[in-house]
Design a protein around this ligand. Structure first.
Ligand SMILES: [Zn+2]
Length: 166
C-alpha cells in the first residue's frame, strides 16, 4: 500500500479583495496600527495644552524665542528653556484648505494660519475657526482655545477671533 504523501500548505480563507484596476493592479488593503509614541522632550508642550497654556521655548544663550518649541536653538545650538506664550496672537498669514489629511477632511473648508505672538521670533501653525474665508485678515487678533477632551495632539489647540478683553 502506497503511503499517502502529506502536503504542507497554508490554510486558505474565502476572503478576497476589492480589485479597482487590472493594469496596473490596484487593490483595497485595510491598514491599521496602534503606535506607542513618546513625545519625549516635547512633552511640556502637550502637558501645557492640558493646563490651557501654550508653551514655547527660549534660547538660554541668544534669547531667540520659538512659538513652535525647539529644545535646542536653531540659531546658536544652545539649550532652550520652556516659556509660556501669550494666548492672544495675530494672524501672520493663512490659507483656507478645501482638502486635507484624513483627520481634517470632515472639517473642510477650514482656515490654517501661522500665528505670531508678542515676544516670539517664530510662528505657530494652527486652525482659526469661526471666521469665513472672506473675513480672514492678516494681522487679525486671535485667541487660543483648547479642547476639553484632550487627545494630546497639536490639534488640541485652535484659535478663534479675539474680541477685546474677555
Ligand atoms: Zn540661541
Amino acid at each position: 500500500m502506497a503511503k499517502r504523501k502529506e502536503r504542507i500548505k497554508l490554510p486558505e480563507t474565502e476572503e478576497g479583495t476589492v480589485l479597482f484596476n487590472v493594469d496596473p493592479i490596484i487593490i483595497k488593503h485595510h491598514y491599521e496600527v496602534d503606535y506607542i509614541h513618546s513625545y519625549a522632550q516635547d512633552s511640556p508642550f502637550f502637558s501645557g495644552l492640558a493646563k490651557k497654556k501654550l508653551m514655547g521655548t527660549r534660547c538660554t544663550k541668544c534669547g531667540y524665542t520659538y512659538a513652535t518649541p525647539k529644545v535646542s536653538c536653531m540659531m546658536c545650538g544652545a539649550e532652550a528653556e520652556w516659556i509660556e506664550l501669550p494666548l492672544v496672537g495675530r494672524v501672520h498669514t493663512w490659507t483656507t484648505c478645501y482638502f486635507g489629511g484624513q483627520e481634517f477632511l470632515k472639517e473642510t473648508p477650514f482656515n490654517l494660519a501661522l500665528i505670531e505672538f508678542d515676544g516670539a521670533d517664530t510662528l505657530f501653525m494652527s486652525r482659526v475657526i469661526g471666521v469665513k474665508e472672506e473675513d480672514m485678515r492678516v494681522g487679525m487678533k486671535v485667541k487660543a482655545q483648547f479642547l476639553r477632551n484632550l487627545k494630546f495632539k497639536p490639534t488640541d489647540v485652535y484659535f478663534v477671533p479675539f474680541k477685546g478683553d474677555e
